[in-house]
Design a protein around this ligand. Sequence first.
Ligand SMILES: *[C@@H]1O[C@H](CO)[C@@H](O)[C@H](O)[C@H]1NC(C)=O
Ligand SMILES: *[C@@H]1O[C@H](CO)[C@@H](O)[C@H](O)[C@H]1NC(C)=O
Ligand SMILES: *[C@@H]1O[C@H](CO)[C@@H](O)[C@H](O)[C@H]1NC(C)=O
Ligand SMILES: *[C@@H]1O[C@H](CO)[C@@H](O)[C@H](O)[C@H]1NC(C)=O
Ligand SMILES: *[C@@H]1O[C@H](CO)[C@@H](O)[C@H](O)[C@H]1NC(C)=O
Ligand SMILES: *[C@@H]1O[C@H](CO)[C@@H](O)[C@H](O)[C@H]1NC(C)=O
Ligand SMILES: *[C@@H]1O[C@H](CO)[C@@H](O)[C@H](O)[C@H]1NC(C)=O
Ligand SMILES: *[C@@H]1O[C@H](CO)[C@@H](O)[C@H](O)[C@H]1NC(C)=O
Ligand SMILES: *[C@@H]1O[C@H](CO)[C@@H](O)[C@H](O)[C@H]1NC(C)=O
Ligand SMILES: *[C@@H]1O[C@H](CO)[C@@H](O)[C@H](O)[C@H]1NC(C)=O
Ligand SMILES: *[C@@H]1O[C@H](CO)[C@@H](O)[C@H](O)[C@H]1NC(C)=O
Ligand SMILES: *[C@@H]1O[C@H](CO)[C@@H](O)[C@H](O)[C@H]1NC(C)=O
Length: 430
Amino acid sequence: MIAPSTFALAVLAGTASAAVAPSFTSPAPAPTSQSSFYVGAANSTITNTPNVPGAVFDRFIQIWLENTDFAQAASNPVFQSLAAEGVTLTGYYGVTHPSEPNYLAAVGGDFFGLAADTLEYIPTNMSTVVDLLDQKNISWATYQENMPTDGFEPYNFTNPDNYTYYVRKHNPLVIYESVANISTRSARIRNFNDFAVDVGNNSLSQWIFITPNLRNDAHDTSVGYAASWLTYWLLPLLNDPNFNTNKTLILLTFDENETYTIGNSVYSLLIGGVVPQAMKNTTDSTFYTHYSAISTVENNWDLGNLGRQDTNKTLANVFNLVASVTSYHNNGLTNSSALPQLNITGTIPGPLNPNYFVPYLAPNMNSTGGGSGKTFVAPNVNTSLTTANAPAPVNISASTPTKSSAAGLTSNAGSMITTIAVVAIAAMLL
Ligand SMILES: *[C@@H]1O[C@H](CO)[C@@H](O)[C@H](O)[C@H]1NC(C)=O
Ligand SMILES: *[C@@H]1O[C@H](CO)[C@@H](O)[C@H](O)[C@H]1NC(C)=O
Ligand SMILES: *[C@@H]1O[C@H](CO)[C@@H](O)[C@H](O)[C@H]1NC(C)=O
Ligand SMILES: *[C@@H]1O[C@H](CO)[C@@H](O)[C@H](O)[C@H]1NC(C)=O
Ligand SMILES: *[C@@H]1O[C@H](CO)[C@@H](O)[C@H](O)[C@H]1NC(C)=O
Ligand SMILES: *[C@@H]1O[C@H](CO)[C@@H](O)[C@H](O)[C@H]1NC(C)=O
Ligand SMILES: *[C@@H]1O[C@H](CO)[C@@H](O)[C@H](O)[C@H]1NC(C)=O
Ligand SMILES: *[C@@H]1O[C@H](CO)[C@@H](O)[C@H](O)[C@H]1NC(C)=O
Ligand SMILES: *[C@@H]1O[C@H](CO)[C@@H](O)[C@H](O)[C@H]1NC(C)=O
Ligand SMILES: *[C@@H]1O[C@H](CO)[C@@H](O)[C@H](O)[C@H]1NC(C)=O
Ligand SMILES: *[C@@H]1O[C@H](CO)[C@@H](O)[C@H](O)[C@H]1NC(C)=O
Ligand SMILES: *[C@@H]1O[C@H](CO)[C@@H](O)[C@H](O)[C@H]1NC(C)=O
């Protein structure tokens, strides 16, 4: 929950999207079919570099669902049948609230103090897992359901039926200008018609981030609705060798816990052809977070690191499925240990927190990540602006003009122009 005083203004928002759809309807005969519901026509097939083998997997697919109680997911028959095919991660945690900072963390290793779902543009000197993958020519893509065109920048998109299915806050790579503002990269931020074509042509990338729409990810609906979508979309793909090979690892997770006051544990599963028979229908209680999804990828392909929380040895344990093969040493924390509080929001300093503003800092170049590679430092990073000499956090929210506009949610604290921070208290779990 966001304290109403955290940001200046509150408006009622998202009322159209708050209406709960009656039940899941298949948009097409199969996930490999295109659909007018997905809006934009598919582009030509993506071009990928040759396969780069990893220690354990050659393909990593993350599928992110929304705001669901661990127990609710665990009691759903579809999740149960998926769990029987994989490893349930009982110690996996979101890193803060609300949604957007969790998504940012999963690709950039940080959420820069963000405690809202505002329109953000993270400057080009901030790197992501894409930079690490590109260094080794490992192909990557993200598929965003109901995003109309590839690399689509706006805050959301409303279908012809007047329902807003796509939101930018769940599309992490587009928020980083180091991805979105390079055309060869933004072309890899793709829609679901592209997905249908790419999987049909056996041209899926090696690192993939999937965001279902606001109904299918349970955000506007329920875990049962998301389970119906998984039955339509994921279950057949698990039997499709163009999607799931014996070197594919799939992470099915949720962005954050439903209730802010009781920790941030989220139901997460590792499935896919790479899961050994002996590990199927087992649980792993190791303490993981969204940062583990980066450190595990670093470890699997022996990449560099981002020098951010992906290198934090408390928060970024490597999935045991991989660490046990690579002999990577995790920290021993489990879901029964005393764990750091990952439900804190609003008081974490950073360039996207106008109440506790600190500039965008250089990565910690002395960090070690999941792989043996060096910390990636973009050419335009001011390497003298480090955590060691960062200025103390300042409150810039009161000193800058603030105006409200439901049509232009933006907070550009990085350039000290805070246009607004509008928090929809009516929909606290965005
Ligand atoms: C949130 O996580 C806590 C553990 O930190 C768990 O006990 C609780 O069931 C979860 N609640 C929801 C609503 O997900
Ligand atoms: C990646 O591809 C580029 C261009 O083909 C090549 O110059 C470079 O050596 C490759 N890097 C690796 C690590 O394979
Ligand atoms: C396909 O690519 C073209 C050229 O890059 C772009 O203008 C168009 O918006 C793309 N279409 C979709 C559906 O993304
Ligand atoms: C969508 O909204 C517009 C404007 O309010 C309205 O004219 C149109 O009939 C609506 N379309 C549908 C499918 O409800
Ligand atoms: C990146 O693209 C966005 C959206 O088009 C634009 O507002 C921004 O100025 C661009 N940033 C840079 C550094 O070019
Ligand atoms: C994995 O799939 C490849 C290609 O289909 C096949 O050659 C190989 O034998 C399979 N390995 C196992 C362990 O099933
Ligand atoms: C976070 O969760 C813990 C329980 O794990 C609770 O004691 C604490 O009050 C919560 N903090 C916030 C800010 O909600
Ligand atoms: C999976 O394990 C549970 C116990 O944790 C057991 O009840 C269930 O029958 C198992 N399912 C399969 C398919 O083996
Ligand atoms: C690593 O994470 C822990 C737990 O959240 C935190 O206390 C610590 O400050 C972090 N370390 C760095 C260097 O950010
Ligand atoms: C990295 O290590 C060097 C040499 O030990 C030290 O001077 C520097 O301050 C360190 N940088 C950071 C960000 O800790
Ligand atoms: C990164 O870029 C932003 C925007 O140009 C700038 O404010 C910040 O100081 C830069 N930080 C570093 C470490 O280069
Ligand atoms: C979509 O964006 C519009 C304009 O920025 C905003 O008024 C509306 O609340 C947004 N809806 C959702 C569901 O994000």
